[in-house]
Design a protein around this ligand. Sequence first.
Ligand SMILES: *[C@@H]1O[C@H](CO)[C@@H](O)[C@H](O)[C@H]1NC(C)=O
Ligand SMILES: *[C@@H]1O[C@H](CO)[C@@H](O)[C@H](O)[C@H]1NC(C)=O
Ligand SMILES: *[C@@H]1O[C@H](CO)[C@@H](O)[C@H](O)[C@H]1NC(C)=O
Ligand SMILES: *[C@@H]1O[C@H](CO)[C@@H](O)[C@H](O)[C@H]1NC(C)=O
Ligand SMILES: *[C@@H]1O[C@H](CO)[C@@H](O)[C@H](O)[C@H]1NC(C)=O
Ligand SMILES: *[C@@H]1O[C@H](CO)[C@@H](O)[C@H](O)[C@H]1NC(C)=O
Ligand SMILES: *[C@@H]1O[C@H](CO)[C@@H](O)[C@H](O)[C@H]1NC(C)=O
Ligand SMILES: *[C@@H]1O[C@H](CO)[C@@H](O)[C@H](O)[C@H]1NC(C)=O
Length: 507
Amino acid sequence: MKTVLVPIAVFCLLAATATIPTTSSTKPDLLSSYVSFSIELEGFVNYAGENHQSSKGLLRGIDVKLCTVTGNSSSGVNQYSINLLQNLGSAMSSMPVIRVGGNTADEVIYQSSQRDALNFSCPVAKICMGPSFFDSYQAFPNTLFSHGFNMAWNNDTGYTSLKQTVAKACKALENKLSTWEFGNEPDLYLGRLRPSDWSPSAYVANWKDGTEMIFKQLQETCPSLANAANFTFMAPSIAGNAAKLSPTGVFSAGLDANKTISEVSFHNYMGIAGSSGTSLQHTLMNHEKNVAKLDEHGQLARQIAAMPGMSSIPYILGETNSLAGGGASGISNTFGAALWGLDFNVGASYAAWNPSEGATFAPYYGHLAAAKFMGKSQLRAVLNISLSEDNSLNSAYAGYNTLTGGLDKIAIINFRFYNSSTKAARDNSTYTFKVMPSSNWAIERLEAAGAESVTGVTFGGYAYEYSTMGQPKLVARNGEVAKVGLDGILHMTVLDSTAAILSLQSS
Ligand SMILES: *[C@@H]1O[C@H](CO)[C@@H](O)[C@H](O)[C@H]1NC(C)=O
Ligand SMILES: *[C@@H]1O[C@H](CO)[C@@H](O)[C@H](O)[C@H]1NC(C)=O
Ligand SMILES: *[C@@H]1O[C@H](CO)[C@@H](O)[C@H](O)[C@H]1NC(C)=O
Ligand SMILES: *[C@@H]1O[C@H](CO)[C@@H](O)[C@H](O)[C@H]1NC(C)=O
Ligand SMILES: *[C@@H]1O[C@H](CO)[C@@H](O)[C@H](O)[C@H]1NC(C)=O
Ligand SMILES: *[C@@H]1O[C@H](CO)[C@@H](O)[C@H](O)[C@H]1NC(C)=O
Ligand SMILES: *[C@@H]1O[C@H](CO)[C@@H](O)[C@H](O)[C@H]1NC(C)=O
Ligand SMILES: *[C@@H]1O[C@H](CO)[C@@H](O)[C@H](O)[C@H]1NC(C)=O
C-alpha cells in the first residue's frame, strides 16, 4: 500500500505488562516518541532537504542551524519540516522518530556514481539512489531514524545494492539509529515478487540470508553497529491482519531466533481509498470503529506476546493512516481526518505537510493535539471514558500522570459531521464530568470551519502554516479556562466536528 507520510503508532502495547487491552480501555504504555512519522523513501529528501554543507565534506556533527534555511528542499535543510517536528518534539519527551521506508524502499537500487540523491528515470530500477541521499539524514536535529532496506529484489542486483546501501546508511546513521527494517509489507509480495505459496518459513529463510548480509557489511563498515545492542529490526511490517503471510506464523518459523527484533511492527489503515461506502463520518469520524481497529491489533499483540521469548517486545503500528492507496482527497486531507488522528491517538492521516509546496495539511493538527494531550511524560496513562450518549459520535479520554496518579488531562472529540459549506447552524454538545473540586483547566480547542475543511485549522488558537515556517502564530481565541466549583462538576461545550484538550492548571 502506498503512503507518503504517515505516523508510527502512539500506542505501544508493551507486551510484558499484563495490561494489554481486552477492550482498548486499559492503559497503554507509551514509547517516548509516541507521535512519530513514516516517510516514503522516495519523499524523504523533500521532507528533510539536502545538507549541502555535508556534501562538501563536513558529513558529521553538523549543527543544522548553520545550514541554509529554506522551506524548499532544493537548497539546504528544510527548516519548515524541522519546525513542524520540533513543535511535536517539545510537547513530548523527544523528537518524533522518523521511519524512512514504505513501498519505495523495496523499489530502490543504489548507484554509487549517481550525482542526484534520487533518480526516477534510471535504467536499472524504478528508483535509483545515489550517495547524497544519505546526507538528508543530517537534516533533522536530535532525531532517530529507521531505514528500510530492499527485500523485494531477490537477485544479484538486489544483493549488491543491499551491501552498498548498508555501507552508506550505517555511516549516516551511527548515533541516529532507531532500528533497521528489511522488507515492506512482504505479505503483498505473494504472487508478485515471490511465489503465491511463499510460506512463513520461506520468508524467514529469505530474512536470514538478507540480514546476515547486512550484519557482515556492518562488521566491515560500521563495527559499532554490529553487536546485539545495535543490530535490531522492526519486523515483519505486514500490511494487514488478513495477511496471506501469517503474522504469527513468521514468528513460529523463527523470525526472532537471534533476538534481533526490537519492535513487532504491523501496518494499519481504516479503509482503502476509492472503495465504496468510504466517507468521513463512517470511516474516520467514528469512535467505535477506531476502537474496533485498535482491538484487532490488541488481539494480535497478545497472540504474539504469548509466544516463547516474545513477551517483552513492543508491538507498534509501524505505518498507519486514514486510507490506504494514497488517501482520498476530501477525506484523508480534511479536518475530520485530524479529529480521527487525535482519537486514534496516533495523530494521523495522509501527508501532514507538504514539504515543497508549502502547506500544512489539516491532519498535522491532529498529531499536535495528540502530542499536547500526552505531554512530556513517558509515564502517561490514558483511560477511555464511557459516555452516556452515543459512543461512536463522542469520544473522551482521561490522562493521568502515573508519577502522582493524578488526573491532569481530558480530551473530548465531538465527531458529529458539520459541513461548513451548507451554512447551517453549527450544533454543539455539552459534556459533563466530575473532577476535582475547585480545579482550573486550560482549554485548547482543535477547530476549523467544518469537517471538510482542508485549511484554516487552529489548535489552542494557533496556526502552524508555511507563512510562518511552521512556527505558531496566534490567529484565534485562546486562553480559555474552565473553573470548577466546589461540586467538582465540569461542563464543556464542544461544537460539532471539533475537539478540546483540557489541561489541569491548579486544583
Ligand atoms: C470506550 O468506551 C466506549 C463506551 O463504553 C466503548 O464503546 C469503547 O470500546 C471504549 N474505547 C476504548 C478505546 O476502549
Ligand atoms: C537519471 O538517470 C538518467 C539515466 O542515467 C539520466 O539520463 C538522467 O539525466 C538522470 N536524471 C536526473 C534528474 O539526473
Ligand atoms: C531483480 O528482481 C527485481 C524484483 O523482482 C526485478 O524487477 C529485476 O528485474 C531483477 N533484476 C535482475 C537483473 O534479474
Ligand atoms: C551502539 O552504537 C552506538 C553508536 O554508534 C555506539 O556509541 C555504542 O557503543 C554501540 N553499542 C555497542 C554495544 O557497541
Ligand atoms: C542467526 O545467526 C546465525 C549466525 O550468524 C545465522 O546463521 C542465522 O541465519 C541467524 N538466524 C536468523 C533468524 O536471523
Ligand atoms: C518549492 O519548489 C517547488 C518545485 O520546485 C515550487 O513549485 C514551489 O513553488 C516552491 N515553493 C516555494 C514556497 O518556494
Ligand atoms: C458539503 O456541502 C456542500 C454544499 O451542500 C456539498 O456540495 C458537499 O458535497 C458537502 N460535502 C460533504 C463532504 O458532505
Ligand atoms: C449550542 O447550541 C445551542 C442550540 O442547540 C445554542 O443555543 C447555543 O448557543 C450553542 N452554544 C454554543 C457555544 O455554540
